[in-house]
Design a protein around this ligand. Structure first.
Ligand SMILES: C[S@@+](CC[C@H](N)C(=O)[O-])C[C@H]1O[C@@H](n2cnc3c(N)ncnc32)[C@H](O)[C@@H]1O
Length: 256
């Protein structure tokens, strides 16, 4: 399998959709008096410096000017705060998925038990200052699979780089196993890529052009959701509608 480095892709249109949904799901599940197990099979780095050229220009770069109006979404609120709002696009910092969830947990004063995997030792090394999390160097598919027997159900993000067809099968096996154990699972894949074949899953797809984003040849992406909690699904439905409408209003406003 080839080596994958997320640094040139961080903040792209797919990251925007994935992180928007991830943070909305985490917001529902994080309770100030409770604790949540948060697992990631493919965690990447805690943060990324955004420099041009980069895929972020068609993703978070397009949204950046609107951040102040998007603060009622926890994902954008955290992004704005971490960047002291108003930085010129290109000089920003983009937090990765786990860093975003950790930041949200801290804001909500909720206890997060993070169990994170990455196969790249250099990536794992970038987490050394974060002592309160369990970091694992190795294959995240088998790693999280073994975690399912050790921890109570929590929130799981499966986010493989999808450079090898075998990853789709591994992602699907992990998705189904975690779903059966009562976890809330989000799994990312490209819209034109191979989809999970599982029945009875909810999929949230976005065509990037619909929210004025652009990711080169990729038309859009999908987040598959398994969730034992019907109100979470309804929450995500509602937030997606509001987000899409807000983005379309920005586009309409700028074309006047
Ligand atoms: C798409 S990036 C992760 C991005 C991150 N989840 C985010 O949203 O900010 C994929 C990561 O998976 C790692 N990776 C690739 N194959 C892996 C495997 N079998 N197990 C665990 N990590 C793997 C890569 O090193 C890379 O850091």
């Amino acid at each position: 399998m080839g080596h994958y480095d997320h640094r040139v892709h961080a903040g792209n249109a797919g990251d925007v959709w994935k992180h928007f949904l991830l943070l909305e799901a985490a917001d529902c599940l994080l309770d100030p008096d409770g604790s949540l197990v948060y697992a990631e099979s493919h965690v990447g780095r805690p943060e990324y410096a955004l420099r041009a050229p980069g895929d972020w220009e068609g993703g978070i770069g397009k949204i950046w000017p609107h951040l102040p109006s998007l603060r009622n979404f926890c994902y954008f609120d955290i992004l704005a705060d971490l960047n002291h709002q108003g930085l010129i696009p290109g000089l920003g910092l983009y937090p990765g998925s786990a860093r975003l969830v950790m930041e949200l947990a801290e804001r909500k004063r909720a206890k997060l038990l993070a169990e994170l995997w990455d196969i790249d030792a250099n990536v794992i090394d970038t987490w050394r200052q974060y002592q309160q999390i369990a970091l694992h160097l190795g294959d995240g598919f088998s790693g999280v699979m073994s975690l399912l027997d050790r921890q109570p159900p929590g929130l799981l993000l499966i986010d493989p780089p999808c450079i090898d067809p075998s990853e789709v099968i591994s992602a699907e096996n992990l998705f189904v196993a975690a779903k059966e154990k009562g976890w809330t699972v989000l799994c990312w894949y490209m819209m034109d890529g191979e989809a999970l074949a599982s029945d009875s899953i909810t999929e949230f797809s976005i065509e990037f052009s619909k929210i004025e984003l652009d990711c080169g040849r990729a038309r859009g992406c999908t987040i598959a959701l398994a969730c034992p909690n019907g109100s979470l699904r309804r929450h995500l439905d509602g937030r997606i509608k509001t987000f899409i409408k807000t983005m379309q209003n920005f586009a309409f406003g700028s074309s006047k």
